[in-house]
Design a binder for this molecule. Structure first.
Ligand SMILES: [Zn+2]
Length: 733
């Protein structure tokens, strides 16, 4: 065998070996261990590079080797299905073709164009251009556009957020890959330019070039890219400076409420962080998650970009999350020079949690105390400061723990020192202590906080993961849930039921959201059917729901939906409804659940018309029902007070704060402590929104007194102080 052919053989075997080793390595890592979106994405970054380098090496039968190297990973992953369940291997194969296979075509075409052009350093040229195509467009998009999803000629498609599971192949991917293939054609024409000569083939590169230019010009409209200009065609400004945006159909009063809230939050945070001047901030408030996903790639995730001082948020999350995102922006000036962030994810999220809108339920210190007690916190919490430790700790635990830790740093050492820490200075130089010592100080402070049973049950509900069923086919489950919800919103009950049933079967009937979606679909179908069919549908659904409640993990939402439906469907099982509601209440999972359960139990006792809790009865009908009932009732009866409370809730939802204030102000106290506290909190909101500040201070005092009846009083006191401070109203204390 000659030296050249031995070398060629060695290179071919090396390439096949690298492809096999990469596949086996990935098959051992969680998320990457089945053929699908993530596996294809990682392979899409690595494999085309290996194959391009191979093309520029001494070799024979290059194309056969490349095809073989591309066939190895799906085969390895096929064998791996014996060990790791893959519900959607064929869809995974399509992801694989669209990512590394088309990416390899691009990479090899690039290599052959270089081969035909450069005389020396061909592999260096290739490596530089490869990295350029891989990184540069992504960097430019991150910096200058709202999108966090990317289409790339090498790796194909990156969906955006880490927390979105429902990643599907849509037509955008095919259109984009058509553009990649046009580029491949152009590169190949360049490679063979000396052989084509003056033949009629010369028209083809011109066609390919027209395709590429046309698709680039239309890429915003096709959803392949996104731009601020494009968003502004859907969202309209709500402030005079034109920096805050909402859906064009938003009412004037709602725009004013959101605008006021942003002004208050920014002014208050500037006080808390001690900023002399706040540069303009852009805020895009999307009407729903789907619209946000279309423009940014983020679905369930709200996010802030300190480098462009821009926030992207869904309207329904605004109330809870806006302050958190504003902290990310306002701390930008203390972060690194390029992204305005802290290199420590723990500090980056910790400060945002420490300064965010406090919870009515428990403080982050109390949550942390319970997590340490229950063993939910990592044994060395300092690992949470780094990205790996932060993101590998389960379901939101890292956020709360780091929020509590940063709170401790702020209280004990002040915000100025923390700003320097955020910018990258070491713990030792600022605090004269190591991170481990400071963490120990914090944990011993937190260990002093008592953990009552109610707190323990809230923490279990929020932060506990019992089994690992979610890790099996998470994408297929998430996609089914998403399609189920979409079908349900279009009243396609059969389709919705099928999607939810599929998600249930993939999770052995244990997935709480799948069970909830399934039961809700069946309940709505029953409600929209004629009698007597509807009666039998309700009976069947309640029976099925009963067995699902026993199976699913964390069945509270399902129990609540069933209890509520037993009420509004006017079934003959009011005792079962009451028992379920009592069971939910006794767990004290959150103030919201407690209020919802007690409200229904009180309504049941007082004889309130249960149509009021129905999702299929119109708002107008409920309004007139309340009007009729109120005019006939004695104003001191519990029934009267419940109707007033329900009417006021509707007023607040519709931003009719003066109306809500007038209703709630004259009411005598409700008998259940949760409902009375709920009433006072609504009243406080209405008073502040309508700038009745003197009354607001009085109401705040009442709320604080009422809070003493709850073991979670600390969070409630903290929330009231926070709200008064937000409106710059001095407490009467
Ligand atoms: Zn955050």
């Amino acid at each position: 065998m000659s030296v050249v052919s031995r070398l060629a053989r060695r290179n071919a075997l090396l390439t096949l070996g690298v492809s096999a080793v990469l596949s086996v390595l990935l098959s051992q890592l969680p998320l990457l261990n089945s053929l699908g979106y993530e596996f294809s994405l990682v392979m899409g970054v690595l494999l085309p590079f290996v194959l391009g380098i191979y093309w520029l090496s001494d070799a024979v039968r290059k194309i056969q080797t490349i095809l073989l190297a591309l066939a190895v990973p799906p085969l390895v992953m096929l064998v791996n299905t014996l060990f790791v369940k893959n519900c959607t291997y064929l869809e995974g194969l399509l992801f694989y073709v669209l990512a590394p296979v088309v990416g390899a075509a691009f990479s090899v075409a690039l290599a052959s164009a270089i081969e035909s052009t450069a005389t020396t350093r061909k592999k260096t040229w290739f490596a530089c251009l490869y990295l350029g195509v891989l990184i540069l467009p992504v960097f430019l998009r991150v910096y200058f556009s709202p999108q966090i999803f990317f289409f790339n000629h090498i790796f194909g498609f990156f969906a955006g957020s880490l927390y979105d599971d429902a990643i599907e192949i849509d037509e955008r991917y095919f259109i984009f890959r058509a553009e990649t293939l046009c580029l491949v054609a152009l590169l190949l024409f360049w490679t063979s330019r000396h052989h084509i000569g003056q033949t009629s083939l010369r028209v083809l590169p011109a066609l390919a070039a027209i395709c590429v230019v046309g698709l680039e010009l239309k890429s915003d409209d096709l959803g392949i890219t996104s731009s601020y200009g494009h968003i502004r065609k859907t969202l309209v400004p709500i402030d005079s400076a034109g920096r805050w945006f909402m859906d064009a159909s938003t009412s004037g009063i709602k725009k004013a409420v959101f605008r006021k809230r942003l002004e208050l939050e920014i002014a208050d945070l500037a006080r808390v962080i001690d900023l002399k001047h706040v540069a303009p901030i852009q805020v895009f408030i999307y009407p729903d998650a789907a619209t946000k996903k279309k423009f940014t790639g983020a679905d369930n995730t709200e996010f802030a970009e300190p480098w462009t001082r821009t926030i992207h948020i869904t309207e329904s999350s605004f109330d809870h999350v806006i302050r958190h995102e504003l902290v990310h922006i306002l701390f930008g000036e203390f972060g690194d020079a390029i992204f305005g962030a802290s290199f420590s994810v723990g500090l980056l999220e910790g400060i945002a949690v420490a300064l965010e809108t406090p919870s009515v339920d428990w403080t982050s210190d109390e949550f942390s105390a319970a997590m340490f007690k229950l063993g939910f916190a990592p044994s060395s919490p300092e690992t949470l400061l780094g990205g790996f430790g932060f993101f590998t700790t389960l379901s939101g635990r890292s956020y709360t723990l780091m929020g509590s830790f940063v709170n401790y740093l702020l209280d004990a050492y002040g915000i100025e020192t923390f700003k320097a820490l955020y910018g990258g200075a070491s713990f030792e130089s600022l605090y004269h202590k190591s991170p481990t010592e400071l963490i120990a100080e914090w944990t011993s402070a937190v260990a002093q906080i008592p953990v009552p049973p109610d707190l323990e049950s809230t923490v279990r509900f929020r932060f506990e993961r019992k089994s690992i069923f979610q890790t099996e086919c998470p994408h297929a489950v998430a996609v089914s849930l998403k399609r189920g919800a979409a079908a349900l919103s279009l009243w396609k009950h059969d389709d919705a039921e099928a999607f939810y049933r599929r998600a249930l079967s993939m999770t052995e009937g244990k997935h709480a959201s799948a069970a909830l979606g399934y039961v809700n679909t069946k309940l709505l179908r029953a409600a929209r059917s004629e009698r007597p069919q509807s009666d039998s549908l309700f009976t069947e659904t309640f029976r099925e729901a009963d067995s699902l409640i026993r199976r699913v993990e964390k069945p509270v939402a399902l129990e609540f939906a069933v209890a509520n439906a037993l009420l509004w469907s006017k079934s003959r099982q009011m005792d079962s409804a009451a028992a379920l509601l009592q069971h939910i209440y006794e767990q004290h999972i959150s103030f919201g659940y407690d209020v919802a359960a007690v409200k229904r139990l009180s309504a049941l006792t007082a004889g309130v018309d249960m149509s009021i809790f129905s999702p299929v009865v119109s708002g107008d009908f409920k309004d007139s029902l309340i009007q009729v009932e109120l005019s006939a009732l004695d104003s001191t009866s519990e029934k009267f007070k419940l109707y007033v409370l329900l009417a006021a809730e509707k007023d607040i939802d519709a931003h009719r704060y003066s109306g809500a204030f007038a209703r709630l102000k004259t009411l005598t106290p409700l008998s259940a402590r949760e409902l009375e506290l709920h009433r006072q909190l609504l009243l406080l909101d209405a008073a502040l929104q309508t700038e009745r500040f003197r009354e607001a201070i009085e109401i705040a005092e009442t709320v604080k007194q009422l809070s003493q009846l709850f073991s979670s009083r600390a969070a409630k006191m903290q929330l009231i102080d926070h709200v008064l401070q937000l409106y710059n109203v001095a407490s009467a204390r």
